[in-house]
Design a protein around this ligand. Structure first.
Ligand code: GLC
Length: 464
């Protein structure tokens, strides 16, 4: 084995030690979007039938807007993701479309959905003292998606903590998102033309009035006001639209975040950007929220989307380029300059990259520890399919998936002319620190949903 591979493997073998430190982490709060994901598996022939039934045209797939205004749009969205092997989430405002999905899309299983819900479940398994989640709606069906852990709480209307898996607000509606997954290599026919899915991926069709308006419980706000947090992981802004009053809604939430920051300066606030279709909202998130938080997490697609807003000319020049690490790092720098967020972390296939201010309170080694541990957990989730028990976290380690593929990191270190980045994963990039970690690749992942949320939250909370 090459020397650098051995060095990284040694680092990966420290995962159990890293896990043992997590019981010392106090309160991790995950807000705002929690929902239920109904996972549907679609075969190519089933999709062909739907395309025919709705007389779908290839031109509609190429040119239409990313929105669900009719049932036909649901089929159009699935086809778009299928043909291109991409992941997208489109929103709908019409209960009739949701009803059609309920009747016509057979789901295989229900699981926790929404960044906040997914992160809270994970934080509980990590063994932090208190994982607290915001839920806009908490009927029994939602409670059932929470793991049955005593350190996992939701907040009731009186600002009291209750075990999330047993809380039941009987009058609340279940907020169900349809996750329509397809396998790589499946074939479908649209307008007489054959297509093969180039990658396994998913289309998410969302009808969720509460999260689409970013409804927040007063009890939750009061709890955070009074008790603070060690880590506050925020997301859910991506579900807003300008038409729905999303800009005004963000305007109402900004003072809350400012207030929390002021009262709990030692707490770390992280924003998970998530895929935001509405460009007005994307701009408002980048201009109003990103500058308020300590840390920002995003994948390469979300980074490109951010650049579309921040640097339109640069975006036009680069939007069709291969999204490899050196270009992504350049893009991260641009986002960081614009938002001034002290820490930015990118998760992409094969590599995680963090850029942070030299005086950031989580140091570079701690960051590297956290990013390595996140790669172990992400590989376990991908390979084992779920993370429900502490031993699941280390599944990949036990399966000897611990030798990373160094190709991306190598290219980056060559491009930046920083050999130390390849061996240490730590270097100086202008006035910032850069930390880059090669990830563990699972050849046949069982799941991809929630991977970004997993990587960002684990690498932050376990950066100790
Ligand atoms: C989005 C979707 C949600 C899904 C999550 C996964 O928030 O709305 O359904 O669980 O992404 O990251």
């Amino acid at each position: 084995m090459q020397k650098n591979e051995q060095i990284w493997q040694q680092r990966y073998l420290a995962a159990p030690k890293q896990l043992s430190k997590l019981k010392n982490v106090g309160t991790v709060i995950a807000a705002f979007n929690t929902n239920i994901d109904a996972v549907v598996k679609i075969r190519g022939d089933e999709l062909s039938k739907l395309a025919e039934q709705f007389d779908l045209k290839i031109a509609d797939i190429k040119n239409g807007v990313n929105q669900l205004c009719s049932v036909r749009d649901v089929v159009r969205g699935i086809c778009k993701c299928f043909i291109n092997g991409i992941a997208e989430e489109w929103l709908c405002q019409d209960a009739a479309i949701a009803e059609w999905m309920q009747k016509n899309l057979q789901y295989e299983r229900l699981q926790m959905g929404g960044q906040a819900g997914i992160i809270a479940n994970l934080a509980a398994v990590l063994g932090v003292k208190r994982a607290i989640v915001h839920t806009a709606s908490h009927p029994k069906k939602q409670a059932e998606q929470f793991l049955h852990y005593k350190n996992l709480y939701a907040v009731d209307e009186n600002a009291e903590l209750q075990q999330a898996s047993t809380m039941n607000r009987v009058n609340d509606d279940a907020l169900i998102h349809y996750i329509i997954e397809f396998d790589k290599g499946e074939c479908c026919t649209i307008e007489g033309q054959n297509f093969t899915a180039p990658r396994a991926n998913r289309f998410i069709a969302t009808y969720d009035p509460a999260n689409m308006h970013l409804k927040i419980n007063d009890g939750f706000i009061k709890y955070v006001d009074e008790n603070g947090y060690d880590f506050l992981v925020l997301s859910g802004f991506h579900n807003l639209t300008a038409k729905n009053g999303g800009e005004e809604r963000i305007g109402e939430i900004v003072p809350l975040i400012k207030n929390w920051r002021e009262h709990y300066p030692s707490g770390v606030i992280h924003l998970e950007l998530a895929s935001t279709q509405d460009k007005v909202i994307r701009r408002v998130i980048l201009e109003k929220i990103a500058p308020l938080v300590d840390s920002l997490g995003l994948n390469e697609r979300e980074a490109i989307d951010a650049i579309e807003i921040i640097a339109p000319d640069y975006y036009k020049k680069n939007k069709n380029e291969v999204l490899e690490a050196a270009l992504m790092t350049e893009i991260l720098l641009k986002i960081k300059e614009k938002t001034q967020t002290p820490r930015i972390q990118l998760h992409m296939f094969g590599l995680y990259v963090t850029l942070q201010n030299a005086d950031f309170r989580i140091n570079v080694e701690q960051n590297r520890n956290g990013m390595l541990f996140a790669a172990v957990v992400a590989a376990s989730k991908a390979g084992y399919g779920k993370i429900e028990k502490p031993e699941d976290l280390l599944w990949s380690n036990i399966q000897n998936i611990n030798v990373p593929e160094l190709a991306e990191l190598q290219k980056l270190s060559e491009c930046l002319n920083m050999p130390e980045l390849l061996s240490d994963g730590i270097a100086k990039l202008g006035k910032y620190d850069i930390i880059a970690v090669p990830t563990l690749i699972v050849p046949k992942p069982l799941t991809l949903v929630g991977m970004g949320d997993t990587i960002s939250s684990v690498s932050l909370v376990s950066a100790i």
